[in-house]
Ligand binder design. Structure first.
Ligand SMILES: [Zn+2]
Ligand SMILES: [Zn+2]
Length: 330
């Protein structure tokens, strides 16, 4: 029997363990994907660190998968063996709940999420629902495309929610922000990048990707922001970002989890400032972003790790030792 390798989380707050298992066969609507690269997203850290409720356990994390179709379910049309595909966080939706019917499938009542409630991409192979996979063009390097599959897609949804303003703050300059900074600069917006205090490497990267200003998150930008997106999982950034946006400005929380938001005076919210959160993605977001990213010339900065070094990659992300995105190569 053919076998595959996977890095498996058996219990939260424990290191992933390497396992060999039989290669699974796809169901009628499924694809078996042979993985070429899988990005490491901060959400994986929240899963591994036990910060998200009810993961499937044991679970193979990872939802920024780039690979090739290795087998097709009997009912799958529109994909071919060997075709390059991307598998994102949104693994499946129910199609019948009010959110699915209203075109807001990101809020589906009965979804499956790759690498959280179904096995994901820290592996040599993964099963995915064909209807939630995206054909990818042949151009570009697998590892450099992988971060687009979540940091790019959910970053894009956050960016759209931030509105059309030209002065945009990005709090936390990791995988998502380093993609969005390029998109925003390409569209002629002024990007203000906020990093951990003293993280000069991240500030340098931000400037090199088009930010007009980069500084610590405790600093005020030189002009009031039209909107800010918070990617760092730090609740204390919410009042700081509110302070930095103009009247009527919006603060978008782009992550799935953050530490508690501390109390703050109402005057920071006053004058029609808004706080919003972004949850998951729709397939429409993905199609839109995957068409847009090449036009904007988005280039990702990645650090490659062999699959069996997944714990090192997660630790580097947790400790802020990374510029750009970590990617696992099986
Ligand atoms: Zn639904
Ligand atoms: Zn993600």
């Amino acid at each position: 029997m053919a076998t595959m390798r996977a890095m498996v989380l058996e219990r939260p707050r424990k290191p992933l363990v390497a396992q060999e298992r039989p290669v699974p066969a796809p169901g009628p609507s499924g694809l078996l994907v042979e993985i070429a690269a899988c990005g490491v997203c901060r959400t994986d850290l929240h899963v591994v660190d036990g910060e998200l409720p009810d993961p499937k356990l044991p679970i193979v994390p990872g939802h920024e998968i780039v690979g090739r179709v290795a087998a097709l379910g009997a009912g799958v049309a529109g994909f071919a063996i060997g075709e390059r595909v991307g598998v994102p966080w949104l693994g499946r939706t129910c199609g019948v709940c009010r959110y699915c019917r209203e075109g807001r499938e990101n809020l589906c009542d009965a979804p499956l999420f790759t690498g959280y409630t179904r096995d994901g991409g820290y592996a040599t192979h993964a099963l995915a629902d064909a209807g939630f996979c995206f054909p990818l063009p042949e151009r570009g390097d697998d590892a450099e495309i992988a971060p687009l599959m979540c940091a790019g897609l959910i970053g894009w949804r956050s960016y759209r929610m931030a509105g059309e303003g030209t002065a945009l703050g990005l709090y936390g300059f990791g995988a998502a922000a380093h993609i969005l900074a390029q998109v925003a600069a390409w569209q002629g917006r002024r990007v203000y990048a906020f990093t951990r205090t003293g993280d000069l490497e991240a500030q340098k990267l931000a400037r090199s990707l088009g930010a007009v200003w980069a500084g610590g998150s405790d600093e005020m930008p030189p002009e009031p922001l039209d909107a800010a997106i918070i990617f760092a999982p730090v609740g204390a950034l919410v009042p700081l970002a509110l302070k930095a946006v103009r009247k009527g400005g919006r603060v978008v929380c782009g992550g799935i989890h953050m530490s508690d938001i501390p109390g703050f005076p109402y005057r920071l919210l006053w004058e029609e400032r808004e706080i919003a959160s972004v949850a998951n993605l729709t397939r429409a977001d993905a199609r839109e972003f995957l068409a847009f990213a090449p036009q904007a010339g988005v280039k990702t900065t990645v650090r490659r790790y062999p699959l069996d070094q997944a714990n090192t990659a997660l630790a580097d992300l947790r400790e802020g030792r990374l510029q750009g995105a970590a990617v696992l190569i099986p």
